[in-house]
Design a protein around this ligand. Sequence first.
Ligand code: AMP
Length: 457
Amino acid sequence: MTFNTLGLSESLLLAVQETGYTQPTPIQVKSIPAILTGKDLMAAAQTGTGKTAGFTLPLLQILGGKPSVKSNRCHALVLTPTRELAAQIQESIVTYGKNENLRSAVVFGGVNVNPQMKALRRGVDILVATPGRLLDLYQQNAVKFTDIDVLILDEADRMLDMGFIRDIRKILALLPNKRQNLLFSATFSDDIRKLAKTICVNPVEIDVAPRNSTVEAISQKLYHVAKEHKSALLCHLLGKNNEQTLVFSRTKHGANKLAKQLNKAGITAAAIHGNKSQNQRTLALANFKQNKVQVLVATDIAARGIDIDLLAQVINFDLPHVPEDYVHRIGRTGRAGASGVAISLVSADEKKQLRAIERLIKFTIKEEVIDSEFKPGLIKTKEEPKQRQRQGQRQRTNTNKKPANKRPAKRKVLSSDSKQTSNQVDKTHSQKPKENVKKVTKPNNIWKKNFKSKPAK
Ligand code: AMP
């Protein structure tokens, strides 16, 4: 199958050719002709399947035939849950629409609203928006919805998860009744179906990824490891293959802490989560995409929609509470048919989550044995001597007081054994009393060798 058979114009085919795509993905094969007929569409497709081009290409073609857009109005509205996803969709529109005479803009929160208002003043053919900022702009009369012909709801499942349903309903109530509706969602839960019923009229239904299946091209593995040794194992794995890696942390605080630990171990890392300003998020993502940092540590919400070409590896530092998030997380790799690796670090207290994930994906994730070079607990950090000095000073100046964080008299260093199974590792480590395990201890040679500072690429 080639793009030529899908009904796209010469100029769009040229743009597609220039991106280097040789074949349409399954979602594109089904969605492009369906959208071109003007019908509503409900598509079950995960990120990574090529769904953005699946709706952007026919959208550009449809809009090419419309009269020019009036000021503060738009012909098509794309609603997305996150700022990163919005920015990426806009990038795709610019890429695929390079030969079209159409204007587009992207609006999302966390950044100055004035440039967005200015962009809307002339009117845009396609507006990509997150719901909250769009409503702000509407209330300030910066955008009018009267000329909207096409509505696209991308990652609808995540919009509901993120609590956008009220904003979405408000926006829907403001749109003209007669319009084409395209709804994309990784999963079609009952809630999504309910929402879809209020939006789509006799939609064409497309399902390219069976519900909650994980992309086949991704090799999934897990290591059983004690919670307190996860950071060390993460450093070990990252140091071994130098791959660009997206690491998932359940919490914002955890993401910050992990990025710090990795940097101290000489592995360049940045964190991305909801507490970071939009500029910080954009910079972190740009540095990661440009290979200036090896690791991006992200929370589930921040990572939603992140599209990095040829991302080889995803590591779940901790397992998500919601099993569906596992599918979203690992879908960051193995995109558009490329292969990828997804590794999960599973501690004893996460076995329940693991079982829930395996039930959902109907697949037992392969257990890996931690290799013999791994020395848990042995992370050399650059700040160690300073920290010690400061602690020493504090102790000297407060001689009458008991030091607050008294170190254990003796530190236990856990041995590694090449024949040890991953289950044994887990058991051994989880039985260690917490206070015996120090994150900052003496380096050994292997550690030093693996974690020499790498220059930013
Ligand atoms: P998406 O699912 O839209 O986030 O797309 C995932 C990735 O697939 C993006 O990096 C796209 O550039 C890429 N992609 C989209 N369509 C194709 C195609 N037909 N062939 C190869 N890669 C594609």
